[in-house]
Design a protein around this ligand. Structure first.
Ligand code: 6YU
Length: 502
């Protein structure tokens, strides 16, 4: 029985900071958070207005490089709960109407749809196809588990629906409808964090749970939430630029207090920390890359397989500022439709010239004259290899083509993310890939060892460990709480036993 357990948390993203906070307010004082980078927040990263860049995001406002929206801001969403408690949201986000709105996890799509021939697509066609697509997507979330082939994918399911419907469409509009659907599937890849919806497993797809509420943003940046949570921790709790190299567990390591600890954490800079428990919150992308060396002894087979089986894709943002907006003032999104593209055809990709075709469109940001494009998958990873100038010239050419205006001024500034190249993330977020299931998510979340005299030496949190809210900040937050609570419950139990035996 340890009177005051030493707990190390690896990573200060939202799951790590929340785990530390929960332990701290429950009286745990021997806490250390080891963070590889120079900041907290991980995949929550808000870029503040800087004086040296007067043109970019003028006035107030934040650019979100990672998480942007609270998905389903309603009372059961812990991110929403905390953000409201800390008064971080606009009054509009707090209204009952906003909380009750059923956004089905998708932002309003229909706005203006342009084709690469510089034409606008009729609103009637857009509404008709969007409605069909939404219905198919809902069906894919409700397939009966008993009848579902484990090898089937969400992409395959939707393509089958498209192929069935195609026979009813007249030849004059069929190509545009297919091209539009192709864009919707590219958009879906950004939501699911995958290269292709063909990679996303159909049978467990419905396990992902949508919360009600109209997605909202943080006026002071998403990072303001992390800053608030960690403000309750003593300053020296988080050690920055402290990269964990290997976690040795099931051992016997002597601490400076002469106690023997089961875990020793070895950092890249040579520092060593002993602990009773380590909560690992690094991304699934990092775990995939480090598979063998990060834990010693290695993880049991079912956990190693979960890491391998689950999907972790890349989505990136390309944010552009324009001197003047060229879009309608009430426009929320601009959709791009590539004529000739079809979800039913397998086209060979020439990455250099075709990577932009993966961009489904642009969001108009609420601040300044800013557009934000999302791009998923291999094309997104290819974009990371290009220079800023190359991305800027591709985007200018793209916009000129789609607006039909060869003189459209280029953006005055561009910023893009490179989540796949980030060494401590290696992608954006997880999905349940074909060949995996929700059980893999549970296996990933399982602590090691899970039994015996010294259980829970290494615990696992982070978005990819939440079975129904994976990929989101609220999933990450809940996973951090879950692992902190696991330790709190364990020590309460030990306390009770100890008191009884006295
Ligand atoms: C959300 C949204 N959102 C866009 C983009 C991205 C993500 N998400 P962290 O990685 O944060 O922390 C780990 C820390 O560990 C980190 O600081 C590392 O530096 C550190 N570390 C690593 N290795 C280490 C080592 N060796 N030693 C020490 N430290 C180490 N979520 O709610 N709303 O709008 C978006 C978006 C571009 C990249 C998002 C969004 C995902 C969240 O950002 C993410 O889940 C959490 O921040 C992760 O926190 P964490 O603590 O787990 O890890 C039907 C169906 C489909 C399912 N999907 C639907 C929802 C889609 C999600 N939304 C996406 C949309 C956007 C725009």
């Amino acid at each position: 029985w340890a009177p005051s357990p030493a707990v190390i948390i690896v990573g200060s993203g939202i799951s790590g900071v929340v785990a530390a906070h929960r332990l701290y307010i429950n009286g745990y004082r021997r806490l250390r958070v080891l963070e590889a980078t120079g900041r907290s927040g991980g995949r929550i990263r808000s870029l503040k207005n800087r004086r040296r860049q007067p043109c970019f995001y003028p006035g107030k406002g934040f650019i979100e490089l990672g998480a942007q929206w609270i998905h389903g801001p309603s009372p059961n969403n812990p991110v929403y709960q905390l953000a409201s408690q800390y008064s971080l949201l606009d009054p509009e986000a707090l209204t009952k109407e906003n909380q009750e709105e059923d956004g089905d996890g998708h932002l309003p799509l229909c706005s203006i749809s342009h084709t690469n021939a510089g034409k606008r697509i009729s609103q009637a066609l857009v509404a008709n196809i969007t409605e069909l697509y939404s219905a198919w997507l809902k069906q894919s979330q409700n397939v009966s588990k008993e009848e579902c082939d484990p090898k089937s994918s969400v992409g395959g399911f939707i393509k089958q629906k498209i192929a069935e419907k195609l026979t009813e469409w007249d030849t004059a509009t069929a190509d545009t409808k297919l091209a539009f659907l192709n864009g919707l599937l590219n958009h879906e890849c950004c939501i699911s964090g995958t290269h292709s919806m063909d990679y996303v497993a159909l049978c467990p797809y419905g396990e992902y749970t949508l919360l009600p509420g109209l997605d909202c943003t943080f006026p002071g940046g998403f990072e303001s939430l992390v800053t608030q949570i960690k403000s309750a921790l003593p300053n020296d709790t988080i050690l920055f630029n402290k990269t964990v190299k290997t976690i040795h567990w099931n051992g016997a390591f002597q601490g400076s207090d002469a106690r023997i600890y089961p875990v020793q954490v070895q950092c890249e800079d040579g520092d060593m920390f002993v602990a009773d428990h380590v909560i690992v919150t690094v991304s699934l992308g990092f775990l995939k890359e480090q598979a063998s060396g990060f834990l010693s002894p290695p993880l049991p087979v079912h956990k190693a397989q979960a890491i391998q089986n689950l999907g972790f894709g890349t989505i990136n943002k390309i944010i552009m500022e324009f001197k003047e907006p060229f879009w309608d003032p009430d426009c929320i999104t601009i959709q791009l439709v590539w004529e000739g593209e079809s979800p039913l055809a397998q086209s060979k990709i020439n990455m250099k010239q075709d990577w932009v075709k993966k961009i489904p469109g642009f969001f108009v940001l609420e601040i300044g004259h800013l557009l934000c494009a999302f791009i998923a998958g291999q094309e997104s990873e290819y974009m990371e290899t290009l220079t800023d100038d190359e991305v800027l010239s591709s985007m200018t050419a793209l916009l000129r083509q789609f607006t039909g205006n060869p003189n459209l001024p280029p953006p005055i500034r561009l910023i893009r993310t490179r989540w796949s190249s980030e060494p401590y993330t290696r992608g954006s977020y997880s999905h349940v890939a074909v060949g995996s299931s929700g059980k893999d998510v549970d296996n990933l979340a399982e602590p090691v060892p899970n039994y015996g005299a010294k259980p829970f030496q290494v615990l696992f949190a982070g978005e990819a460990t939440h079975r129904t809210f994976y990929s989101t900040t609220h999933g990450a937050l809940l996973s951090g709480r879950r692992e902190a609570e696991r330790l709190i419950a364990r020590y309460q139990e030990l306390d009770m036993l100890h008191n009884k035996s006295k």
